[in-house]
Design a protein around this ligand. Structure first.
Ligand code: SF4
Length: 64
């Protein structure tokens, strides 16, 4: 599973990081999301999905 972030949508709420800190980080410079783990291993897929679904800006997407 792969995660993609649309930085034009991201508003830096940080809900993705709260849900899956192993996968998502926030950049210190501008507060936008950084996908630490663009290729998500199976054991973190549930957390990654929760993080993607938590984003109120629909900035995150998943693909296989
Ligand atoms: S939850 Fe969405 S808007 Fe907030 S930091 Fe994560 S990607 Fe950006």
């Amino acid at each position: 599973m792969k995660v993609n972030a649309d930085l034009n949508r991201c508003q830096g709420h940080g809900l993705c990081r709260m849900a899956a800190p192993e996968v998502f980080e926030l950049a210190e410079e501008d507060g936008h999301v950084l996908v630490k783990m663009p290729s998500v291993p199976p054991e973190l897929e549930d957390a990654a999905v929760t993080g993607v679904e938590a984003c109120p800006e629909l900035a995150l997407s998943l693909r296989d």
